[in-house]
Structure formats: structure tokens, C-alpha cells
Design a protein around this ligand. Structure first.
Ligand code: IOT
Ligand code: MG
Ligand code: MG
Length: 504
């Protein structure tokens, strides 16, 4: 189990007293499909598992309980110590099942992972995400029936869903997204639902010496990279910034230099020279992929289809990555990214004052849920599994909690990370200022130009981007159209007309 791809990358599951018509969910994720049908605690459980060859590891049952699990755990060794001696589960699903037997819903407070899970336990169905909700999970719950899926579009046809203590999904009546770091405990017969938070971002800040901060960051990040690196050559999506270069350096350190790196750019902008410095230093097998801006913008519907996100800023970050993943040949790679480092470290925040920095960190840690920026579906639309070491639960707990003066120090942003990586990367990489993927690829500028060329006034550009993303969401998630059939240009024209006529 360790190191290879997760047993499943997604699922749709239905629990009801009796069987029903066949499940035919839409998923953007590629993968083999395996159907599961069993009686569990007097209910009928049916599921479609999306997998990359070993679906048996994605579900486990014992004593009238069944676990369905997509994704992977990163603290298996610690978790195994909690089990009775001699018990050694052969999959993450089996491990969760065993822990559930001892801890019930509180088992989910123990897990450090990237997963969505369902536990069918007699009259109860328990739905859970990891601390960051990094594998999105959606549910439609009515008295006598629970449906849950890792993509909202898989629940398009669900009807009769009751309100839940969770975020409703735009225009999918009765469909809700399970909050990050939350377990929903549902009584099937009545649709009653209780939410338990299993993780929350730290609010307090730790005062530690420079040395201790640097050593702790290096140690937790190194572990996060190690547990995410499989037996095969790791592939790191590399911009040459400090975040992804650190991940690449730690992977290379672990894999005796055998790593692959890949960078994307457009004819308008790239970070190729910066990434090349890192690749050369690490001796990685490195590739550069240039995507034309026209093709990139044409794939806006694909980014929304994969991420099911309604936030236009997030979609601008995710579009270049989506386009990159779509151009990786083969399938079933394990990809490591530097995504998310800027959130706990305040990297997007470009000024020197500490109160503003911590305000940004607090805001971003309070608002990430539901943006789906970490979703594995982004790479899974081309059959690859991606994972983000900076949003490892332990790394995040450390980074968020450091006092702001360790994040910005000596005039540098993300100081503690830069200091922690000083010995593994060239100095010019360690001190390179932050550049966002949306800037480095030219996406923000090009999307803006597309709108202003269509007649949208400058001050309405952000609103127009929001409307374009909503409209794309309505096509590819709500209406279930394939993104190849949705034309970015047409949607932009419609939005420009609506704004001009004052119809919004
Ligand atoms: P940025 O930090 O520039 O990029 C995120 C990751 O995408 C990088 O670490 C790298 O792994 C990959 N990447 C970026 N550019 C390239 C490239 N040209 N080729 C290959 N891989 C690349 C936005 C951002 O600045 O991205 N993401 C922020 C913050 C998100 C804000 N979210 C929020 N407030 N909820 C981040 O922290 O990643
Ligand atoms: Mg970054
Ligand atoms: Mg960057």
C-alpha cells in the first residue's frame, strides 16, 4: 500500500434500505470503475469506486460496518500503534474501519491524510473529509437515503436532499459539500445530521527561536515529502520559486537525486530560467511545456469542471496547472506540488507590516474551505494523483502557528522556509521573490484582456470573471456538459452583453 497510488481516487455511494436502479455517475476524474453492492448493518450500500487498478483496498467491512475510502493517509505508522497488537490492516480503508471500531467518529481526529470517506454503520452513515477538505465530498441526504460523492456533478440527478449543516452547492438543490475537517453523522431513517469538527486552524501563535523554527519547519516538511513519495520516481511541478523548489529538493534528497520536474509557461510568460536553475542544481530529469495562451483560455471550462470552484481568483491559479496536467503523457503518476505554502506563510501578501500579514493568514485560513484549490481532480482528469506537502496536517499546524515575525523577517517573505532550505538550494533560489502561478504564466493578464476586448470596463473585470466562472460551473457541473463542448469565448461574450445591458 505505501507509496503506490491510492486504492481509489473518488467514489459515489448510496445507502438505502433496499437496492435501487444502477448508479451512473458523471465524474471528471479518470479511473477504472468498480461497482460495489452489499448489505451492511441492514442497509443496502451500493458504490462506484474510481480507481487506478486496486479497488479492493478502497473499501473494508467488518461486523456490519463498511468503510469506503478515496485518497490516502500519511500517518499510518502512528495510527497502527493505536490498534491491538497483531492487527495490521492491509489498506487505509481497513485502518479507518479498525480505528472507527475503537473511537467511532473521533477516529477522524487522528488522521493526517488526503481523503474523503464514508462509513456505513447500521442506522448511521458517517461522512468525513481530511482536515483541509482536500478531497472534496458532497452529499444529498433524505429520510431513508444517503448519497455521497467526491464530485458534485456525480450528484446532479439526486433529488429530495434535505438541508444539512454544510455548504449548499450552487444550483444543485439539496446537494451540500461536507466542510473541511468535519464529520457528518447522519441517521439514515430520519436524515438527522450532526456535524463534528475534527480539525481547525490554530489561532494562537508560537514564539520560538529562529533556530527552532527553522529546524521544525525543515523536519515536518521533510517528513511530509517523504510520506508522499512513492517507490517510483517522483514528479514535481516546479516553478523555481521557493515553495516548489523546496519540495523538489527534499524529494531529490530522499530519492538519491532521481526525480523528474516539469514547468509550464505560455508564449506570454514563463518561469523557465528560474526552474532550470533548480533542475540543474538537483540533477532532475526536467521538462518545459509551453501552452499557447489561446489553448489555455479554451481550457477554462476544464479547470472549473475539475475543481468545481466558483472563485475566479482560484480558477486563475488552477488553470495553468490544469493545462499542465492535461499535457503530461501516460497516466498514474504521483505528482508533488508546492501548492498552498503561501496561505499559512502569508506569501501572497506583499508588504512589510506584521499585523497585515497575520490578518491575511487568519483570513485565508478561515476562508479556504469550499474553494477546492487542493482537489486531486485537477490532475485526475488526466489520470494523475497529486498531493501537496505544505497542506500536510502537521506542516500546516506548524506553519500557521508561527508568529508573524518568523514569516516575514529581514525584509524577506516566507523567511522561515527560505532559511530552512538554505543548504539544499542555490542562494539565488532561496532569495527569489514570490511570483504567483497566475502571474508567471500570464493567465491573469490574458483573462483580463479577453474581457476588456469584449467590452467589459476595467472596473467590472473582476465581477465579469466571477460571472464567467459561474456560467462555466452551470454548464459543466450543474448541466453536466463536457468541457470540450463549452466555449470560453461564447461565455465571455454573453457575460459582457449581460453586464453592458445592466442585467446582472
Ligand atoms: P504559486 O505559489 O505560484 O504556485 C503554486 C504551485 O504550483 C507551485 O508551488 C508549483 O508546485 C506549481 N507551479 C506554479 N507555477 C508553475 C509553473 N510555471 N510550472 C509548473 N508548476 C508550477 C497561488 C500561487 O501564488 O501559486 N496559490 C497560492 C495561494 C492560493 C490562495 N488561496 C487561498 N487564499 N485560499 C498557494 O499558496 O499556492
Ligand atoms: Mg507558492
Ligand atoms: Mg510561484
Amino acid at each position: 500500500m505505501a507509496g503506490s497510488l491510492p486504492a481509489a481516487v473518488g467514489f459515489l455511494a448510496e445507502i438505502r434500505p433496499d437496492g435501487g436502479p444502477p448508479l451512473r455517475p458523471d465524474f471528471a476524474s479518470l479511473g477504472g470503475r468498480t461497482e460495489l453492492a452489499e448489505d451492511t448493518g441492514g442497509q443496502s450500500l451500493r458504490a462506484v469506486l474510481l480507481h487506478s487498478g486496486a479497488p479492493d483496498g478502497a473499501h473494508a467491512r467488518d461486523r456490519g460496518r463498511t468503510v469506503v475510502f478515496a485518497g490516502e493517509l500519511y500517518n499510518r505508522d502512528e495510527l497502527a500503534r493505536l490498534l491491538p497488537a497483531g492487527l495490521s490492516p492491509d489498506s487505509d480503508a481497513a485502518l479507518v474501519l479498525a480505528l472507527f471500531g475503537s473511537y467511532d467518529v473521533h477516529a477522524f481526529r487522528l488522521l493526517n491524510g488526503r481523503f474523503a470517506a464514508l462509513v456505513a454503520a447500521g442506522e448511521r452513515v458517517v461522512l468525513a473529509t481530511d482536515h483541509a477538505g482536500s478531497v472534496p465530498l458532497y452529499a444529498s441526504v433524505a429520510a431513508g437515503r444517503v448519497l455521497a460523492a467526491t464530485e458534485a456533478k456525480a450528484l446532479r440527478a439526486a433529488t429530495g436532499g434535505q438541508p444539512l449543516p454544510a455548504r449548499p452547492v450552487r444550483r444543485l438543490t439539496g446537494v451540500h459539500q461536507v466542510p473541511a475537517g468535519t464529520v457528518l453523522d447522519v441517521r439514515v431513517s430520519t436524515a438527522e445530521c450532526v456535524a463534528h469538527r475534527t480539525w481547525a486552524p490554530p489561532l494562537a501563535r508560537r514564539i520560538v527561536s529562529e533556530n527552532e523554527a527553522v529546524e521544525t519547519v525543515r523536519q515536518v516538511l521533510d517528513r511530509a515529502v517523504r510520506v508522499r513519495t512513492g517507490p517510483d520516481t517522483p514528479l514535481v511541478v516546479l516553478s523555481g520559486g521557493i515553495d516548489s523548489s523546496s519540495v523538489a529538493a527534499l524529494s531529490a534528497h530522499r530519492s538519491a537525486g532521481r526525480i523528474e520536474t516539469v514547468s509550464m509557461g505560455t508564449e506570454e510568460a514563463d518561469e523557465f530560467p528560474q526552474a532550470r536553475v533548480v533542475a540543474t542544481h538537483l540533477g532532475s530529469a526536467h521538462r518545459e511545456i509551453t501552452v499557447s495562451m489561446a489553448d489555455l483560455l479554451r481550457q477554462l471550462p476544464h479547470a472549473v469542471w475539475a475543481a468545481e470552484s466558483l472563485d475566479p481568483d482560484i480558477v486563475e491559479y488552477l488553470l495553468p496547472l490544469t493545462a499542465l496536467y492535461l499535457r503530461l503523457e501516460g497516466s498514474g503518476r504521483r505528482i508533488l506540488t508546492g501548492y498552498g505554502a503561501d496561505i499559512p506563510l502569508g506569501g501572497m501578501h506583499r508588504e512589510d507590516r506584521l499585523p497585515q500579514l497575520d490578518t491575511a493568514v487568519c483570513h485565508d485560513m478561515a476562508t479556504f474551505d469550499g474553494l477546492n484549490e487542493m482537489t486531486p481532480v485537477l490532475s485526475q482528469i488526466s489520470g494523475h494523483w497529486s498531493t501537496h506537502p505544505y497542506w500536510d496536517r502537521d506542516v500546516l499546524d506548524v506553519l500557521v502557528a508561527l508568529e508573524a515575525g518568523l514569516k516575514r523577517r529581514y525584509g524577506q517573505d516566507k523567511w522561515v522556509l527560505r532559511a530552512a532550505m538554505g543548504d539544499l538550494l542555490p542562494h539565488e533560489v532561496v532569495i527569489r521573490p514570490k511570483l504567483g502561478v497566475h502571474e508567471g504564466s500570464g493567465v491573469t493578464a490574458a483573462f483580463t484582456r479577453l474581457l476588456t476586448d469584449a467590452g467589459v470596463p476595467d472596473q467590472q473585470v473582476h465581477r465579469a470573471k466571477e460571472l464567467v466562472v459561474q456560467e462555466l460551473f452551470d454548464h459543466v457541473v450543474v448541466a453536466g456538459r463536457h468541457p470540450d463542448e463549452v466555449k470560453t469565448g461564447e461565455v465571455v461574450e454573453q457575460v459582457a452583453e449581460r453586464l453592458a445591458s445592466g442585467a446582472t
